[in-house]
Design a protein around this ligand. Structure first.
Ligand SMILES: *Cc1c(COP(=O)(O)O)cnc(C)c1O
Length: 368
């Protein structure tokens, strides 16, 4: 019996425990400390972000981005529909109003033409946009920034899945006003759980830090004028993050290698299509995703499962979710089709060529 293949298990570098030992020696077993700062600096150095704040999750970082952008009750927030819930739950936390935008065929990410249409059709000027770089592949930020700048819309990049990806040599998360990364267990890097808010304006990141630490005023006693959260990252988990950042380049190269192995192994299957990469982009290929023109991906998924291989449908678009029933949306069927036809294949960076071939063989077996 072959070992079970998971979709995207954590992959430690081997240096994590040494850094955790340093944390224990310093006794900063707390949501602050030198490792948190080192981790933030490592993300800044790698991505080129001027400022960064480590948080308890990517979802928390997205919430902080909306909060410091002044998004509140009744404000319109434009957002990619084809994404994971953590991308947009903060819109509801802020009692703002989501306006979903479909994907295009060239990027599978936010369609700039539909973005313009949403701005034109919105009952009032939208305040912010949350744009996701799905599966580590870049959205068309050149066009998206051009449009949003013209309307003074704050751009928040959900780069939770795309740490290490670049477009025109610029990291995802650095194009907009804010970028958010996630270090959840199945992301390209893992701290077991955690996130990072990157930003260009120091005052905004300082304010996010204030909200992330219970909005305590700078008095000796606990004085509170505003509502805050407990959103900071633990110094212990930041130690894992510091070790993980040291191997990000390797991890990106390996994910791209795995994607290439799948492409080669499935090249002779005419009905299978892969997620594209727009010109100028170098995605991190977090998950290799395939589309089946004829077959039902659920049949393939069940066949893989019976062989001890984990796979997963693509994200179900937000405009199809019962939670967002009745929300405004500019959709043209693209993400609904991708959802109906697609499957994410195991893409963990410990995979060997033989593992990819084993998955590809089982995929072929399942096809009619
Ligand atoms: C993982 C993820 C998030 C949320 O990150 P957490 O750290 O799990 O809160 C947000 N958006 C996308 C697209 C994600 O994949």
């Amino acid at each position: 019996m072959s070992e079970r293949l998971f979709l995207s298990p954590p992959h430690m570098s081997g240096r994590e425990q040494a850094y955790i030992a340093e944390v224990f020696e310093s006794n900063y077993i707390a949501p602050l400390g030198p490792m948190v700062e080192r981790f933030e600096q490592a993300v800044c150095d790698y991505t080129g972000a001027p400022y960064a704040l480590a948080t308890s999750s990517g979802t928390a970082a997205l919430h902080l981005a909306l909060r410091v952008s002044g998004v509140g009750e009744g404000d319109i927030v434009l957002a990619s529909s084809f994404t994971f819930i953590g991308s947009v739950s903060s819109v509801l936390y802020q009692q703002a109003v989501p306006y979903f935008i479909d994907s295009d065929e060239t990027s599978w990410n936010l369609n700039p033409v539909l973005l313009q249409r949403a701005i034109d059709n919105a009952p009032k000027p939208p305040k912010a946009l949350i744009v996701t770089h799905l599966y580590g592949q870049c959205a068309d930020m050149r066009e998206i920034m051009r449009i949003c700048r013209a309307y003074d819309i704050v751009v928040i990049e959900d780069a939770a899945e795309s740490l290490g990806a670049t477009l025109d040599g610029v990291a995802t998360g650095i194009w907009g006003d804010f970028g958010v990364y996630s270090f959840n267990g199945n992301k390209i890097l893992s701290t077991s759980g955690g996130g990072m808010l990157a930003g260009k304006e120091k005052a905004k990141i300082d304010k996010a830090m204030f909200y992330a630490t219970q909005a305590k005023e700078p008095t000796p006693w606990y004085e509170h004028r505003e509502l805050g959260y407990n959103y900071r990252m633990s110094n212990v988990l930041a130690a894992i993050g510091v070790a993980q950042m040291e191997v990000l380049g390797e991890r990106v190269a390996k994910r791209r290698q795995i994607f290439q192995w799948y492409e080669e192994a499935l090249a002779d299957i005419g009905e299978i299509g892969f997620m594209p990469e727009i010109p100028g982009a170098a995605g991190n290929r977090w998950l290799t995703t395939v589309l089946f023109e004829k077959n039902d991906p659920e049949t393939v998924r069940l066949h893989l499962e019976s062989a001890g291989i984990e796979s997963r449908p693509l994200w179900k678009p937000m405009h199809m979710q019962p939670l967002f029933k009745g929300a405004a949306a500019e959709v043209d069927g693209t993400s609904e089709r991708l959802f109906a036809k697609g499957l994410c294949l195991p893409s963990g960076t410990q995979m060997r060529h033989g593992d990819v071939l084993r998955v590809a063989e089982k995929v072929k077996e399942a096809l009619l």
